[in-house]
Design a protein. Sequence first.
Lengths: 149, 113
Amino acid sequence: MSTDRIEKKILLRAPRSRVWRAIASPEEFGTWFGAKLEGAFEPGARVLGRITIKGYENVPMEIVIDRVEPEGLFSYRWHPYAVDPKVDYSSEPMTLVEFHLAEVPGGTELTVIESGFDGVPAARRAEAIKMNTGGWEAQLRNIERHVAA
Amino acid sequence: MSPRSGASLARTAPVFAALGEDTRLAIVARLCSGGPQSIAHLTEGSDVTRQAVTKHLNVLADAGIVRGVRRGRERMWEIEPKRLDDASRWLEQLSKRWDDALGRLKRYVEGDA
């Protein structure tokens, strides 16, 4: 798996126009995503809002709309998981989230791609940490040996 | 361990904040590869002062990444691996969040068909 992107594909049993509305209208997007957003989804627009998901209520959310191609592609940039009020995320690079819609028998195939994680410090650190897993195991053995001695 | 992902994500944020500084990241790397070490040992061969290392270790300890253990007259610092494991699941958790959101979208658009 690439560490720079998350990709999801899902078949939605609904017409493409319906899926497009659910994604490209701020009110409808907020309904399923779990956010209250204010502003229009237009290219270049900065849309502000608050998360409504349980456990994250009132965490501010900000997305910058990238592309709006009716019934084909909707994309925006944001700071993924920017929920720690003590951290200033504004200087960090954002990831790009794309929603690709395609008509298929039985409904609409939606592909969601979030990319650009390699530029995000938190993701880089997660990777750095992962690489160190061997190191921790050795380290645990050190502790074991030490306390057993 | 499988806490609700929300709780786990909320605990992970301070870990990343604490690791968001090169000296601290270097200290963590040294403790990972070299095992428990004293401050004197951690300061050896680096141009960071003992006071600075102590300060960084305290930030890391507050985030639950390292812990100090008294051993005789010395205080040894070691990694708290569990917290770092939580952090390494960051991308997995983001991926899971998308699964959840898309599940809600599916119910939303299919529900009113």
